[in-house]
Design a protein around this ligand. Structure first.
Ligand SMILES: [Zn+2]
Length: 144
């Protein structure tokens, strides 16, 4: 078993699809974190085969809607005094703004560059998003 220092007060981001952990690490800006951070890749998982995990010994602010969009199978454990006080389950958000970019050349967002890029969940089971303006299916994920 892996020997990882216990989190006192912070977050454990668990069940990250293997290989995606580095993107979430970067998205959260954890390279600049002051608190101890453990980044585990390819941890064995009964349900998933392998998974990535992030343990942060600090309760940082996370946009859970966006995290759910990135990977809706993630769970976040909130740790207080070394005890899990909350388990947060991600879901696909109903809409995302300025995350997906519409690729339809005739879309209003291609002309009106200041218009927000709004995508709405149209098929939860398949995870399909459509542009609110032109109905184009999901574009490229552009994490910022
Ligand atoms: Zn569009």
């Amino acid at each position: 078993m892996l020997n990882i220092a216990k989190i006192r007060n912070g977050l454990v981001i668990d069940h990250i699809r293997a290989g995606l952990g580095i993107r979430i690490f970067n998205w959260l800006g954890l390279d600049k974190a002051k608190a101890p951070v453990a980044f585990i890749v390819n941890a064995p998982s009964k349900e998933m085969g392998t998974k990535d995990m992030l343990k942060i010994d600090e309760t940082i602010a996370i946009d859970y809607a966006l995290l759910g969009f990135i990977d809706h199978n993630i769970t976040v454990n909130v740790i207080e005094n070394e005890v899990i006080t909350e388990k947060i389950h991600m879901t696909l958000p109903e809409r995302v703004e300025n995350v997906l970019v519409c690729k339809n050349p005739r879309c209003i967002t291609q002309v009106e560059k200041s218009a927000p890029q709004v995508f709405v969940l149209s098929d939860r089971a398949k995870g399909v998003y459509r542009c609110e303006y032109c109905d184009e299916a999901r574009g490229e994920i552009d994490l910022r």
